[in-house]
Design a binder for this molecule. Sequence first.
Ligand SMILES: Nc1ncnc2c1ncn2[C@@H]1O[C@H](COP(=O)(O)OP(=O)(O)O)[C@@H](O)[C@H]1O
Ligand SMILES: [Mg+2]
Length: 241
Amino acid sequence: MALLDIRDLVVRYGEIEALRGVSFSVEQGKVVTLLGANGAGKSTTLRAISGLAKPAAGEILFDGKSIAGLGPEAIVRLGISHVPEGRRVFPGLTVKENIMLGASNRRAPKKQLSDEADAMFDLFPDIRAFSNALGWTLSGGQLQMVAVARGLMAKPKLLLLDEPSLGLAPVIVQAVFRIISEIRRTTTVLLVEQNARMGLSVADYGYVLETGRIVLGGKPDELWGNEAIAAAYLGGHAKAG
Ligand SMILES: Nc1ncnc2c1ncn2[C@@H]1O[C@H](COP(=O)(O)OP(=O)(O)O)[C@@H](O)[C@H]1O
Ligand SMILES: [Mg+2]
């Protein structure tokens, strides 16, 4: 059984049907990438999984249990951590305090959580220097690393990452994707990307979402291998990857 199984999911914002019957699954231990143009419904899919958007119809099974319609706190406690678009970081807190916020679902002793937060800087050495500073100024890439580290502090069974590369310079994008390939050793990941080449580079499986529907799914080499499909959905880099 897949860790996450989504069946015929429909989400509406008033009159707008953002998801029109989306079905896909994420196997335990894999990285699955959801690709699609702006407005396709990628973020809405993640928001429905993490309880931020209410499904109008369909089923979301996590570990075999229905979670559709549960609130965000209940879903975090079940082991799903969502790193949303936009890298929200709280300026009044230190970087380490920002990271520790991600553990609010856990009952572990404070000392243990503090040690775990310190250990995050092995994975994210670029932000270690800011650990205990207030009044820090971080680059877009560093803010993204804080956001991902916070997501990992929840010790999730499933990490949802929404466009971690958005707006970052290419060299920083590569650093972020190196981190994702580290994370995948221990955590199942559902990754949303507009950058098809990067998104598929770390994926075991990819799906293409178009105006609220999955139009394509396959292993990365299958998706790249079909030239017509690559040209239509993946930005035309048929031979890339
Ligand atoms: N809060 C909202 N209110 C109304 N419409 C929304 C809202 N959020 C997203 N939408 C619409 O739902 C569709 C899917 O959006 P979204 O899931 O954000 O797409 P993506 O993440 O793929 O860019 C778009 O048509 C978008 O305009
Ligand atoms: Mg989005």
